[in-house]
Each structure stands twice: as C-alpha cells, then as structure tokens.
Write a protein that binds this ligand. Sequence first.
Ligand code: ADP
Length: 823
Amino acid sequence: MTPPKKAPGNKAAQTASPLLPLRDIVFYPGMNAPLFVGRPKSIKALEKAFSENKSVVLAAQKDAMMNDPAPKDIYQIGCRAEIGQILKMPDGAVKALLTGMERVRITGFVNSGEMFLVNYANLAGGAAQASTAAHSLHKIARTLFQKYIKLNRRLPGDAAGQITGIEDPSQFADAVAATIMLALEDRQEFLEMADVKTRMEKIIEKLQNEIEVGQIERRLQNRVKRQMEKSQRDYYLTEQMKAIQKELGKGPEGEKGEFGELRRRILAAGMSTEVEAKALKELDRLEQMPPLSAEGTVSRNYIDWLLDVPWKQGTKDNLDIAHARKILAEDHYGLEKVKERILEYLAVRKLVERMKGPILCFVGPPGVGKTSLGKSIARAMGRKFVRFSLGGVRDEAEIRGHRRTYIGALPGRIIQSMKKAGTKNPVIMLDEIDKVSSDFRGDPASALLEALDPEQNSAFNDHYLEVDYDLSEVMFITTANSLHTIPRPLLDRMEVIHIPGYTDGEKLAIARKYLLSKQVKEHGLTEQAMAINDGALLKIIQNYTREAGVRNLEREIASICRKVARDIAETTSTKKALSARMKTKTSLGPEKLVDYLGEVKFKDDLAESRDEAGVATGLAWTELGGSILKIETSILAGKGQFILTGKLGEVMKESAQAALSFIRSRSKRFGLPGGFQNKIDIHIHIPEGATPKEGPSAGLTLALAMTSALMNIPVRRDVAMTGEITLRGHALAIGGLREKLLAAGRAGIKTVLIPKENETDLAEVPDNVKEKLTIIPVRNMDEVLKIALVHPIGARAKKKAPPHKPVRKRLRPQRPQPGPPLN
Ligand code: ADP
C-alpha cells in the first residue's frame, strides 16, 4: 500500500476526467491493486487517462451484472486513482495498476457515449484531517485489528503488519475497511464517509462484530475438535480392548470366556426367534462396551433377565382327579363345595388341552385357607407355586416393569414371579386383588387384565423385557377379602368361589386334624408331649381368638407349642430323659391355658351384659368375615339433632334417618307427642371398631335401638338382627347371610332376625350353624319390635325402672292411642 501522492485537488476537478465503472469492487484511497478492464468503453477511458495525466475516476456500478451501465447506474461517490502502468492482454483486455488517491464526488457526466467523462470534486471533509478524537479511536481500532488478525488467519501476515503500521488515521481506517468489509454496499457506504472519526467508529464497530463472530467460531471449532478426538480415542481404546480380549481368549471370535458362554446360553434357552435375535443383538452391544461401565452393567442385567425367565422349561401337568381329591383332602378339612369346584375345574382342564377358562378367585376373610388351597392345587397338578400380594399396588410399573432407561429398572412382578417359578406353567397366586388401587402412575388393574386375560396373555408385554412373553400356560388364582373393590373388568374374568369362614366345631376339627399336628412337628414335639384336649382347643377358639378363619388359632397353638418346647428343654438334661419325656403323655386342659396364653382375650359378652334400653345388636359383614355390631342410642334433651359417633359411614347415617322417619310415622301408636323429635337430640354410637364395608344393613337395628331408647324399653341381649329398613318400616334383603350367622353363633347370640326375603338363602348355610340359632325371618319393623323388646310397647314394665331418667320425664309416653294391635 503506497501512501497517496498529493491530490491534484480541485484544479483537476475543472477538466473532465475519464471514469471507469467498477463491477464488484469499491476502490479506496491508498489501495494499490491491478484492475482488469475488458469493456471497450472502459478501455478507451483508461487509454485516454493514461495518455493524458494518468488520473482516472473509479466508481462502483450499483448492479455488478450490468454490462452497459448508464450514469444513473453508477454511484456518485468514487475514488480518484492514478495509473501506474497498463498492460495489454492477449485477449484484448487491459490490466492496469492503480493507486487510490482520494474520495471524489461526481458532479456531472460530460460524455457517456464512447466513454464516460465526468466532472468531479473532492469530497467535503475528505482532506483526512484527523481530529484528536480520531487519533485516540485509532489506538483502539489498532488493538482490535490485532486481535482480529489473531482470530482470522486468512489475512497474510505481512499485509496485516503493513496495515497495523500505518500512522495516519484516515489511511489506516481505509486500509482496514478494505480488508474487513466484504459486502459491496458496506464498502460503498464506507467510501461515502468523508469524516475520519465517523470512519474510525465504523471500523471499530465492524471489528468488534467480527471479533465476536470469530470467537464463537473458534469455540465451536474447538468443541467439534474435542468431540472428534474423544470418539477417535474411544474407538481406538475399544479396538485395543478387543485385541487384548482376543489375546486372552475372551473375544467373541474365540467363543470362549464370558461372552461365548452367554451366547451359548441364549441359543439354548429356547427363546422365540424374535427374542433370541434381541438377546444376541444386546450381547453384541455388550461386547462393544467397556466392561464395568454403567451402560455395560445395564446391558448385562438385561441379558441375565432374558436368560432367567423360563422360555421352555415346564412341568408336566398331573390331571388325575382322584389324586387331586386326595391331596385336597389331605391339606384341608371341610370346604366340600370349594373342593368339588376345584376338581371340576381340573376335570375340564383335562379335557380341553389349552383352556381359556376363567381364573379362579377365592373370596373370604383372612385365614380361611385361600392361600393353602392354591398351594394344594399346585401340588395336586405337579406345578410350581408362586404368590405375590397386590395389596397397595398403585403403580402400573409394579405389574409391568420399568423401562430400561430408568436407573435400577426391573421387570414387573409377573415376570419376577416367572423367574422365581423357573417354569413357564406355574400356579401364580395373586393375593389381595381387591386392594389394587390406581393413581397418576397408571392403572395397575389394566396391566393385570392383560396378564390374566387368556385372550391376550400369550403376548404379555413387560416394559423392562421389551419382548412379548407368553403367559398362556400359567394358571392364575387370585384371592380377595371382598368382591366390591375388585375392578369390574377383572371381576368379569374371574370365577368367584366364596369361602365364608368356619364354625367353632369346624375350627375344632381343623385344629385337631391339621393345625396341631403341623405345629407339633414344626416345634419338634410329639402328639403325646403336647396332648391338648378338646376343651382347651375350644376355649382357645372362643376366648383367645375371634375370627372367621383359623390364622390366629394356629398362632395361639404355635405359641403354646413354643412354651411347651421350652419347658421340656429346660427340664430335661440328657438325651434319654428327653426322648422319655417326649413319649409321656402330658395332657393340657382348658384350665392350663392361662399359664401359656395369659388371660382370656375375648369374654363371652352376653353372659356379662344385661338387657338394656337403647342398645341393640346388629350383624355386619366386613372384610374380616361377619361380626356383631353393638349399636347404642341415647336420647338427650335438645333441638332435633343427630349425633353420630364411632366409625359410621354415610350409609349408616342414611339408615339412621330412615329409622327416625319410621318412628315418626308410628309416633301416634307409640304414644309419642307430636314433634317430639324437635325437642330431643339422638346420639347414636357404635363402639366396636369393625367398619362394615358393604353397607352395614343396620336399618332394623338402628330403628330398634332408637325406639327402645325413646320408649325406654330394654332390648333382649340374646337377639341380633340384620336388614335395612324402608321409610314404612319394611325389612329389606341383605348380603353375606352365612358370614353374619357364623358371627352370631360365635358371639353366643340365640335368636337372629333376618329379612323374610333372605329366607331362601338359608339353604346355603351349613346345618351345624343353623342348629344353634333360632332364625326368624321378619317382614317389617313391627315384628322386630315384638320379638326383640323385653315387653311390648304399651305394656307396663314389671321390673324397676331402667336407667336414664332425664328425657324419660319429658317424653313419658302419653296414654297410648287406641289403634290397630301390633301384629
Ligand atoms: P388365607 O390365605 O385365606 O388368609 P391361609 O391359607 O394362609 O389363609 O390359611 C391360614 C392357615 O390356616 C394355614 O396354615 C392353612 O393351612 C390353615 N387352614 C385354613 N383353612 C383350613 C382347612 N379348612 N383345613 C386345614 N387347614 C386350614
């Protein structure tokens, strides 16, 4: 770059000067560059200029593509240049060496025919008189430019050095602009700036931009480079590892070592082609991974799971019905209907090769033998048995597994059970299917449905396993305490078998024949050493347990066994003495129970209590079987409010309302004053904790308790009842009759009132239950009152006045109205 010589100044502006229109380039003062001229008009202008004063005006044309621009197509501001030399090229073009001198404004076109001749003037302010401001800006710009050069290595080093060395701010600005401004418009705009300071600011701004862009580019480049390096390094290391493994004989090629073993196991597992392909693919992936990496562990676990679930191993079904009958009898007492039903099921299974039959569902209170029946079925058929509980399962993933992307993911419980069973046709028992709930984590019931449904379970999809698994040979048995919380679609696919609970007599037989021998054996005792008599067993049943099943009974027996074992161990020192002691019959009667089990836990309520006004006994059906439900009512002076305490559900409140409405409808006959209910508060309390689930059916009991309290006539304590009530006092049918009657028997009730509509259900109730009870079907509340109150309404109490006086005074029945006799 040569510093411009002194400009010819305005003098030159007086004579017309040739003009070269430039395509794609804007010439700056100070620029030193060859120019190739091809257009005849331009060649003429160049030659004229060269022959005269070697000065030519250069101005960019607005559109570079234009071949023959008119004056309006040429920018008004250009640069005057001096021609160093010109050289004719063989193709007729001319190469001219030009040096930019100063900014000029074209003031007019003199000729634009055979060549452009223009008048021009130096651009105002273009005298490059740099101000102090421009000087300080110069310093900044220089530093930035140096930075820019470092980032942008495209600029040749010496050119960069030359530019940095320029002392004159104006020339410096132009030189920098010539190197960094690329777009034609930008360059032209810069050319049009006469003022040095403005130009300086412009290049500073431009440099800052360029530097920023350069820095970003460099960062990106570095990142890409690093990534490339890493993947190259990984590739290199993996290759090396393979080589090392090959050396050690662990490589896939050798088919020795761990991977070879896995491959062989996969091929031998009996998987379907699809699953096998998936397992092999995963193995290939595993081989590529560095050992002990997190990814490798996940992959390895997955392959292990695929290998651990059974694909072809199975047991051969024993469908011999006589054999099954024998086993069921061996393991369980009674339950004849249930056993028959199971045998029928097995029989059909025998006839139909692949039965798409319903799933068995055992419903009943805890401890009635649901699980052990399942085990017996498995034993009878020669199948493996696994069970898991669904109680509290809310998350679909517990059934169907977590996707492998989760850390610590596992298959769902069904696939886990299959692994545990180790055969593809086990009996799987799903306990507590009535306790499945669903929330935002998906619906486990629908996953269960897919597993249980014979139509679709040949391709069960576990999220972890990712491949379809065939569950069609599995025999599913479910258990539940009650039916009403089982999701409907599940219930539809199940064949429900009720196991209601046992009478005391049955419990005694179960204890004697099964539980006792089992526990005696488990505790290393003998029948002689622990000869417990029936009296003692019955006492345990009645006073130490109160349950529908026999679980606690078994626990109490186990507890006695433990203590007897301890006694024996403590009192015998030699082996001989021990075996002699084991053979000596030591009988254990009811009187000894206190020593082993402590004070009785359940007293005979009836014997202790007395007939009371306002207290009636209902019968409820809960998840734990039947139970009795004491309802206490008291009448207080008040404003017609209901106070309900104890665990009363909404249904119970409605029953109480209905009972009150009934009493009001009979108020005349009962001799109660009109509007009596507005002067009293009725407090109803149900002390015992059992929360009835299927509606307590306590309408009759509530009405009885309330009537008894209002009329102050005690209720017979040996009478219990069940049934809802209509507003007119009719008794409505109830469910769970067997369980309720069993509970009544357990509690020592003598008379049970049941709705007339339930009379036909009595056929279902075992005779030994019915024998102990007087069961009276009733149509309406009037019948209940007649039987359950110690004396009829209206009749005078013979005994001394019962307690609770306060209300009685105010509510003393008025003289009974003559009305139709009470039935
Ligand atoms: P559930 O699954 O209904 O809660 P389990 O099957 O666990 O009850 O039974 C509890 C215990 O009672 C087991 O030891 C079982 O063998 C025993 N049991 C229950 N019913 C009978 C029966 N009818 N005969 C013999 N044992 C029984």
